[in-house]
Design a protein around this ligand. Structure first.
Ligand SMILES: Nc1ncnc2c1ncn2[C@@H]1O[C@H](COP(=O)(O)OP(=O)(O)OP(=O)(O)O)[C@@H](O)[C@H]1O
Ligand SMILES: [Mg+2]
Length: 267
């Protein structure tokens, strides 16, 4: 629709240039062409973690989790983060999305240093740009599936949030569960509601923590297809944590979290 409108506008412009034989109009047209950037997949880093350190304190003891973790992900790239349970993958995603503040190091997203921003600015940034599928879903128990999914759009003032939420639930195979509350859904269904909520505003970065962890193979494949569809069609970056080697292998790159640092996994 948008593309055909642009083509029509371009044709109208060419026609008026030819008709008027105007030098000024020709110059405008040439400058428009010069400024037109083809939609190539940029290889510039969209998000960069540099030398991130994070330790938790529990029972008076410091638990080091990230010890100089660095990662750079380009626009449109898909990266799998792998590593054993307890190695710090979820913690890394929390730092990456600005939900946890590192002890040192930086997270730069689209030239914005996330952790130098105020909490509110970080929340706005996250809402606009990032879709997060949490490992434990974080659905709001007092809202139905449809209301949970509509929430990010409602907050952002998007149009027809309820209708779009129902469509998104349909796409994850939950068209028949839109009015269910989270506690009346299975683990896998809740996971798919969380996915629908993360994708509804078509974010430029999707971060997913074990997005297929609770799903049977067939549903897991369908959910993974949705993630990669957004990645490829919208050129959204995708960072996912998984214990599933087949899902990790679908990403362009794999990195392993080991002793608090990220190392490339050889193909
Ligand atoms: N809030 C917290 N306070 C103290 N320790 C924590 C806290 N959150 C996580 N940890 C500890 O930090 C380590 C890393 O936890 P994290 O959840 O990041 O691991 P993970 O790699 O995601 O594991 P899994 O694959 O089981 O999900 C674990 O040893 C965990 O016990
Ligand atoms: Mg985890």
């Amino acid at each position: 629709m948008k593309a055909s409108k642009t083509i029509l506008q371009a044709l109208a412009l060419i026609y008026s240039i030819l008709k008027s034989n105007s030098v000024a109009l020709s110059l405008v047209f040439v400058s428009l062409l010069r400024n037109h950037k083809p939609r190539t997949h940029s290889k510039l880093a969209m998000i960069t973690l540099k030398n991130v350190h994070l330790a938790y304190t529990a029972a008076g003891r410091s638990i080091p989790v990230l010890s100089g973790a660095s990662l750079s992900v380009a626009q449109g790239e898909s990266v799998a983060i792998i590593g054993p349970s307890g190695s710090g993958k979820t913690s890394l995603l929390l730092v990456l999305t600005g939900l946890e503040t590192p002890d040192s190091g930086s997270v730069v997203f689209d030239d914005v240093d996330l952790h130098t921003q105020s909490k509110d600015a970080r929340a706005d940034f996250r809402r606009d740009k990032i879709g997060i599928v949490f490992q434990n879903f974080h659905l709001i128990p007092s809202l139905t599936a449809r209301e949970n999914v509509a929430l990010p759009l409602d907050i952002a003032g998007g149009e027809d949030a309820r209708g779009r939420a129902a469509d998104q639930l349909e796409r994850v195979g939950l068209g028949h569960r839109v009015d269910h509350y989270p506690n009346a859904m299975s683990g896998g269904e809740r996971q798919r509601v969380a996915l629908a909520r993360a994708l509804i505003h078509q974010p430029s970065l999707v971060v997913a923590d074990e997005p297929t962890g609770n799903l049977d193979n067939q549903t897991g494949d369908a959910v993974a297809d949705l993630l990669f569809e957004l990645n490829q069609k919208n050129n959204a970056s995708l960072i996912l944590v998984t214990h599933d080697p087949a899902l990790a292998a679908r990403c362009q790159r794999q990195v392993r979290l080991h002793e608090g640092q990220l190392k490339p996994v050889d193909a």
